[in-house]
Design a binder for this molecule. Structure first.
Ligand SMILES: [Zn+2]
Length: 251
């Protein structure tokens, strides 16, 4: 890991909220709050049932809520009108992912196995240039990769809380058989796009080793079972060097 990556990511650590271990009020798929102990959260129940090959476990690096500095970064790196702001925020957002994967690389391989390539969930507005991939490649190419872009937008309709088995399809001529893929995305909100991408990869013969998202958007509310969870997790300090929940929670 480069000194630049450690320095940049350490600077951001105070903004990050660590993920919980498995618990009755934690959705085992996405780590957000749930109200029903033997079920997934409302979003995951819905979006994971809309595809045939759902992702069963996502690794978010941090929660974010609105408003917060992290929320602004996640939006600004893609949408800020000033290109110099987009560039700066892209460096920060990509530093979070690059540091997390570089820091825990050996734990990832032990737990999930190795991967041949990294695939970012294609963006809505720039399906040929996922913002997260562009950001990592521009700033920390040595920490993560190589990226491939095997998916394009398909004919299926994806909406905010609607995944589709045909939301993404393999690029023409792309062979994915037995490719081992690390799937990454910037923000997990309902899982609609990530589940669609996961389905498309697996349907095409790829093995998705695991999915990592920079942030899991959370709305601390009793209604979603997330208010106490948010309190518990924000009371803890995020440290990149700490072994993540998934390295110890399962066998
Ligand atoms: Zn969930």
């Amino acid at each position: 890991m480069t000194a630049n990556l450690s320095r940049t990511s350490d600077m951001l650590a105070p903004e990050l909220v660590p993920m919980p271990m498995d618990a009755p009020d934690v959705c085992p798929l996405c780590r957000s709050g749930r109200t029903r102990v033997d079920r997934l959260c409302f979003s995951c129940e819905r979006t994971s049932s809309q595809v045939d090959f759902p992702c069963e476990m996502v690794i978010p690096i941090s929660y974010y809520t609105t408003p917060s500095p992290l929320r602004d970064r996640m939006h600004h790196y893609k949408e800020h009108p000033d290109p110099s702001v987009r560039e700066e925020e892209a460096r920060y957002v990509s530093a979070i992912l690059a540091r997390y994967v570089a820091q825990h690389h050996d734990l990832f391989v032990d737990r999930f196995g190795n991967w041949d390539s990294v695939v970012a969930v294609p963006s809505t507005h720039h399906p040929d240039a996922p913002a997260l991939q562009v950001a990592v490649e521009a700033n920390f190419p040595e920490a993560l990769g190589p990226f491939t872009r095997p998916l394009v937008l398909g004919p299926g309709t994806m909406k905010f809380n609607q995944a589709s088995p045909l939301g993404f399809v393999p690029r023409a001529g792309e062979s994915l058989t037995d490719h081992r893929v690390l799937l990454v995305d910037d923000t997990f909100t309902t899982g609609a796009r990530l589940q669609s991408a996961h389905h498309a990869l697996v349907a095409a013969g790829a093995v998705v080793v695991v999915a990592v998202v920079v942030t899991r958007k959370i709305n601390p509310s009793q209604q979603y079972g997330s208010d106490r969870l948010w309190e518990r997790q924000t009371a803890q300090t995020f440290e990149f060097s700490r072994p993540p929940w998934w390295a110890t929670a399962h066998e």
